[in-house]
Unconditional design. Structure first.
Length: 68
């Protein structure tokens, strides 16, 4: 069960799982925009996705190095 503080601005920790949840939402939004023909907005969301994928993979790499 999530703590109430996780629903405050900045209250949710940046973990790989939370990043994947965010990326999943962005992927869905990108698809909706694509199918409705909002090309400029789709590109904007795709740029945001790239940034969060980068953060995700950097975090995973960092966590893997600290576990070894």
């Amino acid at each position: 069960m999530k703590e109430v503080s996780e629903y405050d601005r900045g209250g949710r920790p940046v973990t790989p799982v939370n990043l994947l949840l965010l990326i999943s939402e962005l992927e869905g939004s990108s698809q909706h925009l694509k199918y409705m023909g909002f090309n400029d907005d789709e590109e904007t969301i795709n740029e945001i996705k790239k940034r969060f994928y980068r953060i995700y993979f950097d975090l995973k790499r960092s966590l893997r190095q600290t576990q070894v």
